[in-house]
Design a protein around this ligand. Structure first.
Ligand code: BTN
Length: 248
């Protein structure tokens, strides 16, 4: 089944990721299904955070993919495909976005979309992946620091959410096909071109405190590689924070 051929639209749900996981466990949905909600009562973000959104103005959805033969050690390709799809989709509006490792989508340093991927394994392989996306579309004012929406960057005052979702799914479909045709190294190359603060000095914090460092890449497994003083360090998502200060 192709991406978005089946869309299940709910008025309200705790989390579209949870709902997708239940339907998957019951064998009721498969590759390409999208669970879309107008409202989430327990929207979940990365690192155990909540994902908050006003009702009916933004896109809250989970896309299920079932890759062929993707091993757990290569799972970061899913993060990269989702990020590239969002960046490509935003480009259709003339919006230039970047990905803050691993998968926060930023426009001028402000977050416009977040991604929460939850994988379901079969042995050493990813049987199904639930790619949960919160995309700020029509909410002009968001009571959080460094957050934005599509409408803040275009002339149209309000976007139709169904059309916007379909447009995103077309971008995802093209990134997915690109991955199937050209493989993970092609995806990685494209992802690195969009990486926020790559090869730039910036402020970070790890378990030892704040420091000035430089992102130099991402490992095979998708961990962040960063130069700190004379050393190259490798970080997992919970081990590093980006600190917001004036650029150098
Ligand atoms: C992040 O912290 O940046 C990730 C946010 C992901 C939010 C989306 S909204 C749809 C899906 N359902 C959830 O509960 N979370 C994801």
């Amino acid at each position: 089944m192709s991406i978005g051929q089946k869309i299940i639209h709910l008025e309200s749900v705790d989390s579209t990721n949870n709902y997708a996981a239940i339907l998957l466990s019951e064998g009721r949905i498969g590759h390409g299904t999208v669970i879309l909600a107008d409202e989430q009562t327990n929207g979940r973000g990365q690192r155990g955070a909540k994902w908050l959104s006003a009702e009916g103005v933004n896109l809250l959805f989970s896309l299920v993919v079932q890759p062929d033969n993707l091993s757990v050690s290569d799972q970061c390709v899913l993060t990269e495909i989702a990020s590239l799809a969002l960046i490509e989709f935003l480009r259709k509006f003339g919006i230039s976005a970047q990905v803050k490792w691993p998968n926060d989508i930023l426009v001028n340093g402000e977050k416009i979309a977040g991604v929460l991927i939850e994988n379901h394994l079969k042995g050493n392989l990813i049987a199904s992946s639930v790619i949960g996306i919160g995309l700020n579309v029509n909410q002009r004012v968001i009571d959080l620091p460094r957050v934005t929406s599509i409408v803040n960057h275009i002339d149209t005052p309000f976007l139709n959410l169904t059309e916007t979702l379909l447009s995103f799914l077309a971008s995802f479909d093209s990134c997915w096909k690109n991955y199937q045709l050209h493989g993970k190294s092609n995806v990685r190359e494209a992802y690195l071109k969009e990486l926020y603060q790559l090869n730039q000095l910036a402020h970070y914090a790890d378990q030892h405190g704040e420091f000035v460092g430089e992102i130099i890449g991402v490992t095979e497994e998708g961990l962040l590689q960063l130069n700190k003083g004379d050393e190259t360090k490798v970080y997992d998502i919970k081990e590093i924070s980006f600190i917001y200060r004036n650029a150098f």
